[in-house]
Design a protein around this ligand. Sequence first.
Ligand code: ADP
Ligand code: MG
Length: 287
Amino acid sequence: MIKVKNLNFQYKTADAPTLYGLNFEVAKGEILGFLGPSGAGKSTTQNILIGMLKNYAGNIEIMGKELNQWGKDFYEHIGVSFELPNHFLKLTARENLQHFSSLYSGKKHDVMEVLSWVGLAEDADKKTSDYSKGMKIRLNVARSLVHQPKILFLDEPTSGLDPVNAAKIKNLVFNLRDQGTTIFITTHNMTLADQMCDRVAFVTNGKLRAIDKPSDFKKQYGKRFVDVEYIGVAKKPTIANFSLDDLGQNSDFFKLLNSGQQIETIHSQETTLENVFIELTGQELMA
Ligand code: ADP
Ligand code: MG
């Protein structure tokens, strides 16, 4: 659905490029996560893909057509949730959605149904000026999908959301994906990206450093160890670690378990996506 080849971009006012030669594709019904610290170029990439920032170099093909060949009907097929919500503050959430829905010609979702998906049904008739930041973000997500787009672009859709509401967005994204929607999502929330994305791209300083399935990243870079914490000499808690490979043949492991010393905990050490990110890019993701 999206094919990006050698994408370069520089803001007119900037003295250096923001994006350097990005290459990636997103398949139909795939959730691709764009992950990276603040300033990496995630929003810039999204804004190029939705046709908002022109003057990029490289090739972008969306739904089989060069992006710069698409006319206004492009917006019938894509849905966009921007990083910073912009709603009509004097209108209620229901009125906001009804307004946006009326701008599209195709098949649309029921406004109240969409509000219930993002947990805003009860607040549908409140003015959005009275909405919290998290509610505005959820309304943003609702707005992006009311016209049943084929591709959904979500910029930081869970930022500022509590775990319950973040989970609502996650489930909503899964449901849409299962119905065949293609989803491009930018975030710096590694835990959620790990749970939500079919593949993730690591982006730092305008470059795409690696792209893979979260599980493959973790398999490739994860330590395979088991940590055994026990009460050792002089009653001091002590940790021993053993390789998971051939653990069944590891006599030291069994010796410890049978030593009569009190075992406190046993944990296998799986790496997190965040650890892989740090290892691969040398950068931390500040939340
Ligand atoms: P992210 O979404 O990953 O946090 P952005 O794409 O927003 O990153 O920003 C990438 C870089 O481009 C940053 O250095 C930012 O300062 C710069 N930038 C973003 N918007 C503009 C703009 N309108 N004009 C000039 N520079 C910009
Ligand atoms: Mg951003």
